[in-house]
Design a protein around this ligand. Structure first.
Ligand code: ADP
Length: 259
């Protein structure tokens, strides 16, 4: 709390009263801290792959006689880290574009068509892990009024996570249903699950239960933060049920718009 006393003086400078302005700056300080934490996190996340890239480039330059196998391995690392940088930058830009509500282009988005696009994009990853990917889409005419990229991102982030955090031969299922007032998207997997103490935090920017695992599967730690932001922009909510080593279920509920 910030207290600003102002003393009222008369013409001979005697204090005749005072005004105390009490302002609750908890929220302001919180926002300011969040912003500087985010900048620190972004800097750190961008620096890690960059340091690795410049380190390996330097090693290659200084060792002209390096054997082909090692050379290719180093080039492979440079490629992976560059991809990671690109993903991070894309995610950061996407996150800030959601915050900029003025540039939002709204249209009627058919959920089934959007889901099908995402399914086509992700099927090969599921297949490469021998994951059974199934879906139930009862009403193929369901739509939401939003930005096309946003709806794609919801499906993409949740399904990609389900595939990433489910071991080989696992199962991922998407169910889209609706009732009178809401559309409900469920993404269910029987993968690694999330420890109870982490569940509240997984929607925070850059929060990862297991940093090494997230890194190995190409995660940026921003997917769920982006998803939550989009769902909020649709006046919806996102919930998660999860049990360690059993699996997870993410549930997005979006109110139906009357058009
Ligand atoms: P990441 O890029 O690391 O996947 P996200 O923001 O998408 O970042 O998710 C944050 C963290 O939540 C992940 O690092 C992971 O620990 C956990 N998580 C997300 N989805 C799942 C899931 N389906 N199963 C288990 N853990 C999950």
């Amino acid at each position: 709390i910030k207290v600003d006393p102002v003393y009222l003086q008369n013409t001979v400078n005697a204090i005749i009263g005072s005004i105390i302005n009490i302002e609750d700056i908890t929220q302001k300080v919180k926002l300011e801290n969040m912003r500087s934490d985010f900048v620190a996190n972004v800097t750190h996340e961008l620096k890690t792959p960059l340091t690795s890239i410049s380190g390996f480039v330097e090693t290659l330059r200084l060792n002209e006689n390096i054997d082909t196998e090692t050379r290719n391995r180093f080039l492979g690392i440079i490629e992976t880290e560059s991809d990671r940088l690109k993903r991070l930058i894309d995610d950061i830009l996407f996150l800030s574009s959601i915050e900029n509500t003025e540039s939002r282009v709204l249209e009627k988005i058919n959920l089934y068509d959007t889901f099908k696009d995402v399914k086509d994009m992700l099927s090969y990853i599921a297949e490469s892990k021998k994951i059974t990917f199934s879906y139930e889409f009862l009403d193929k005419s369901l739509f939401v009024v939003s930005n096309r990229d946003y709806i794609k991102q919801i499906f993409l982030n949740l399904i990609e996570n389900a595939i990433k955090y489910t071991p080989e031969n696992g199962k991922v299922k998407v169910i889209v249903s609706s009732n009178e007032n809401e559309i409900i998207l469920q993404v269910i997997d029987n993968g690694v699950g999330i420890p109870k103490e982490d569940i509240q935090r997984i929607f925070e920017r850059f929060y990862r239960v297991d940093k090494a695992r997230s890194r190995d599967v190409g995660g940026t730690g921003l997917g769920l933060a982006i998803t939550k932001h989009i769902v909020k922009s649709l006046n919806g909510k996102i919930d998660v049920n999860s049990e360690l080593n059993k699996g997870s279920e993410f549930i997005v509920t979006i109110p139906k718009k009357i058009s």
